[in-house]
Design a binder for this molecule. Structure first.
Ligand code: NAD
Length: 468
C-alpha cells in the first residue's frame, strides 16, 4: 500500500470502518467532511526588530455538537492537511469517549525553540486575536487546548487575550482548556493524556486472552517499554508506567535516545533532558544517537508519543514490539499499520488511547461554566456520612475500628480524585467498548473505534435531522 496524505489516511480508516455500518452514503460523507478551515497569516515583530510572517490555521471539522474542541500545535511541519486530519480525529475521538464536542484543531508553523518567551507570547496573543475576530473561539463555539509545542503558558495568554477582547462575558475562562490552575485550570489536566495512555496500556496488559495472543504474560509488572518523546504525553505515560512496575528500557527524543535493559527512571531522565537539551549522556544508560532506531528496539510495548508518521512503510518491518500504543496522534501510517497487523501486532489506536486530554479538558470546561471546583460542595459532607456509617457499624458489632482505618475510609474526594476517577472510567469504558466491537466485527481496534464513533455521530444526526 502506498503512503498517502494524513487526511487521506484518516479518511481511509473511516471508509474501512463505514463498510461495517449501515448508514446512508450521504450521511457518511457528511460525517467525514471537514466543515471549515481558516488559513491566515499575521506579522510578528521579533526581538531584533525584524518582521516575520507567521502562518496559522484553525480547522473545525464537525459542528454536529458545539462547541468544537481541539488543541493548538506549534510545529515547524504544520500544514493544512495535518490540521484538517487532526481536527477530523478529534471529532471521532470526542464521539468515542462521549465528550460532547465536535472536532477542531489549530496550528502555527513555528519551531518554538527558535523563539523567545516574549515572541511566543506575541504569537499566541495575535493568533487568539485572529480567532476572536473570525468568531472561531468562545466557550460555546470553539475551545482550543494544548497540543504539540504548546502548554499551560500559551493557554494562559489565550484566556487573557480573549477576556480582554470580550470583557462582559461571564464564561470567558471556558474559552480554552489546559490553563494553569490560577487561570481557571483543573487539577490533573497536565498529566491527563499520559495518565490516560497508562490506563489504556494497563487494561490491555491485564487481559489474559490478549496477552496470550501476543505471547506475553498478563500484567504490567516487568513489561519492557520504549517511549518516543519525553514531552507532556510521553513523559507522563512513562512516569505512570514506571510507577506501576513496568520497565522503561528505552527513551527517544528528536536528537537522540537512551537504552538500558535494567530500566530507566523516566523522571530523572526527563529532568536531565530538560536541563541539558538531550537524553544523550544520561547516567546508567547506553546512548542511541539516532533516536528513531529505538522504535525498532526489542521490547513488549512501544509507545510513540511525539509526532505523527514515525512508523512508516520504510521501518514497519523492523518494528518488533508485539504491542504499539499510539500515544501521539497518527504515529503509524496506514501502510505501516497493515504491515504490523499482518504480523499479529496489537495497535492501541490514538483515537482512544490519547483521549485522556480531551476528557479532562471537558471536566475543566464544566468547572469553568459552573464556577465551582469539583468536590467543594460535597467533600466534607461525604466525610461526615462515611464516618456516621462506620460509627453505626461499630455500635451494631460492638467493635472498634482502628483510627488509621477510619482515616483512610472516611476521606471525601478532592478535585484531583474526581478528575482521576472520571478519566479512568472513561478510558476503561472506551477500551472495553472498542475490544467488544473489534471482536463482534472481527476487525482491528482502530476500525472498531471508528465504527463506534461513526455510529454515535450518525445517531445524533438521525435524532436531530440535518438542516436543509
Ligand atoms: P510536547 O511538545 O509536550 O512533546 C513532544 C516531544 O516529542 C518533545 O519533547 C519533542 O522534542 C519530541 N519530539 C519531537 N520530534 C521527535 C522525534 N522525531 N523523535 C523523538 N522525539 C521527538 O507534545 P505533547 O503534548 O506531548 O504531544 C505529543 C503528541 O501527543 C502529539 O502527537 C499530540 O498531538 C498528541 N496529543 C497530545 C495531547 C496533550 O494533551 N498534550 C492530547 C492528545 C494527543
Amino acid at each position: 500500500m502506498a503512503e498517502v496524505s494524513f487526511v487521506a489516511q484518516v479518511d481511509r480508516y473511516f471508509d474501512k470502518a463505514a463498510r461495517h455500518t449501515e448508514h446512508p452514503q450521504g450521511l457518511l460523507e457528511q460525517i467525514r467532511s471537514c466543515n471549515s478551515i481558516y488559513a491566515f497569516t499575521f506579522p510578528l515583530r521579533r526581538d531584533d526588530g525584524t518582521i516575520e510572517v507567521m502562518h496559522g490555521w484553525r480547522a473545525e471539522h464537525s459542528v454536529h455538537k458545539l462547541p468544537v474542541k481541539g488543541g493548538i500545535r506549534y510545529s515547524p511541519h504544520a500544514n493544512e492537511d495535518e490540521v484538517i486530519a487532526l481536527a477530523t480525529l478529534m471529532t471521532y475521538k470526542c464521539a468515542l469517549v462521549d465528550v460532547p464536542y465536535g472536532g477542531a484543531k489549530g496550528a502555527v508553523r513555528i519551531d518554538r525553540r527558535q523563539y523567545s518567551e516574549g515572541e511566543l507570547e506575541r504569537i499566541t496573543r495575535r493568533y487568539t486575536f485572529e480567532l476572536v475576530s473570525k468568531n472561531l473561539i468562545g466557550p460555546g463555539i470553539d475551545v482550543p487546548a494544548p497540543d504539540y509545542g504548546t502548554g499551560p503558558a500559551e493557554m494562559a495568554w489565550i484566556v487573557d487575550t480573549y477576556t480582554q477582547l470580550t470583557p462582559s462575558k461571564l464564561e470567558s475562562a471556558a474559552c480554552v482548556t489546559g490553563k494553569p490552575l490560577a487561570q481557571g485550570g483543573i487539577r490533573g489536566r497536565v498529566e491527563a493524556t499520559g495518565l490516560g495512555v497508562f490506563f489504556g496500556i494497563r487494561e490491555a496488559c491485564s487481559d489474559p486472552v490478549v496477552m496470550q495472543e501476543l505471547g506475553l504474560p498478563p500484567g504490567l509488572e516487568g513489561k519492557r517499554i520504549v517511549v518516543q518523546g519525553v514531552g507532556n504525553v510521553g513523559f507522563h505515560a512513562a512516569h505512570f508506567l514506571h510507577e506501576a512496575g513496568a520497565k522503561i528500557v528505552g527513551l527517544a527524543e528528536y536528537n537522540g535516545g537512551i537504552h538500558a535493559e535494567d530500566g530507566i527512571d523516566p523522571d530523572a531522565a526527563t529532568a536531565y533532558f530538560r536541563e541539558t537539551g538531550s537524553l544523550l549522556g544520561f547516567d546508567g544508560a547506553t546512548d542511541v544517537p539516532e533516536g528513531s532506531k529505538l522504535l525498532e528496539a526489542d521490547c513488549d510495548v512501544l509507545v510513540p508519543a511525539a509526532i505523527e508518521n514515525v512508523i512508516t512503510q520504510e521501518n514497519a518491518e523492523r518494528v518488533v514490539a508485539p504491542m504499539i500504543a499510539e500515544a501521539a496522534n497518527g504515529p503509524t501510517t496506514a501502510a505501516a499499520a497493515e504491515i504490523l497487523l499482518e504480523r499479529g501486532a496489537l495497535i492501541l489506536p490514538d483515537m482512544y488511547l490519547n483521549a485522556g486530554g480531551v476528557t479532562v479538558s471537558y471536566f475543566e470546561w464544566l468547572k469553568n461554566l459552573s464556577h465551582v471546583r469539583f468536590g467543594r460542595m460535597d467533600k466534607r459532607f461525604d466525610e461526615a456520612s462515611n464516618l456516621r456509617m462506620m460509627r453505626a457499624v461499630e455500635s451494631l458489632t460492638d467493635r472498634r475500628f482502628e483510627q488509621a482505618m477510619i482515616d483512610a475510609a472516611v476521606v471525601g474526594p478532592s478535585e484531583a480524585d474526581l478528575v482521576r476517577s472520571g478519566l479512568e472510567d472513561t478510558m476503561v469504558g472506551a477500551h472495553h467498548a472498542s475490544f467488544e466491537v473489534a471482536q463482534r466485527h472481527d476487525v482491528d481496534l482502530r476500525t472498531a473505534a471508528y465504527i463506534l464513533a461513526i455510529d454515535k455521530i450518525a445517531h445524533i444526526y438521525a435524532e436531530r435531522g440535518i438542516w436543509p
